[in-house]
Write a protein that binds this ligand. Structure first.
Ligand code: FNR
Length: 188
């Protein structure tokens, strides 16, 4: 059966390079996978008081948790902010990890792609995100690693990928990720 992949993009910016890479890569996934872009921009900053001691969790948190929980795998696309993960994406990870014992992340096969206009390709963000995912028990694709640098020069005026070698890399990554999901997705 077709497996559903939750796609999380760590930039809220309309013209985000990270989102463009996410669109280019997900378009290359095989038909064994469907994708759902999960919005992280409307999630209140995580605060336990909003859902404990009789409080009802914010509706946006509950919707987000349900949407991720219903997916079979995870694809993270992150920019790098100050050598780490943007707060919006970290917040989404925190929201999905709670209440204690009810994390939506555990056991879902995942992969990380970092994107930057700079040369280092978001290495710092990529590996900070890996650190959280190890703790959250997400089996992460190890190879190929994806540090997409020079992102401002990868796209044409139409917003589409205009760099052949990056396209080839994204295709390889998409194919490898699909196999990773087949191997590691929970049997239902
Ligand atoms: C950045 N940027 C950045 N780039 C990078 O390669 N390493 C970094 O540590 C940072 N730090 C950083 C902090 C903050 C607060 C901002 C706003 C930006 C630049 C960043 O890569 C650039 O703005 C990208 O365009 C952001 O990704 P999107 O929005 O295009 O997907």
């Amino acid at each position: 059966s077709v497996k559903k992949i939750a796609v999380l993009v760590g930039s809220l910016r309309k013209d985000s390079y990270t989102r463009k890479v996410a669109q280019a890569l997900t378009a290359l996934l095989p038909p064994t996978l469907s994708v759902e872009f999960v919005d992280i921009g409307a999630l209140a900053l995580y605060n336990q008081d909003l859902e404990e001691h009789g409080a009802t969790a914010p509706a946006a948190w509950s919707a987000f948790r349900q949407q991720v929980a219903a997916c079979d795998g995870l694809l993270f696309f992150t920019p790098e902010y100050n050598r780490s993960v943007p707060a919006a994406l970290k917040n989404a990870i925190d929201v999905g990890s709670r209440p204690y014992g009810a994390s939506v992340w555990g056991g879902k096969p995942g992969a990380i792609v970092s994107v930057s206009p700079g040369a280092v390709g978001g290495f710092g963000a990529n590996h900070h995100l890996r650190q959280s995912m190890v703790f959250l028990d997400v089996p992460l694709l190890q190879q190929p690693e994806a540090y997409i640098g020079g992102a401002a020069k990868l796209f044409g005026d139409d917003g589409k990928l205009a760099n052949a070698s990056t396209g080839e890399f994204l295709q390889k990554f998409a194919t490898t990720f699909a196999a990773w999901v087949e191997t590691n997705a929970k049997k239902t």
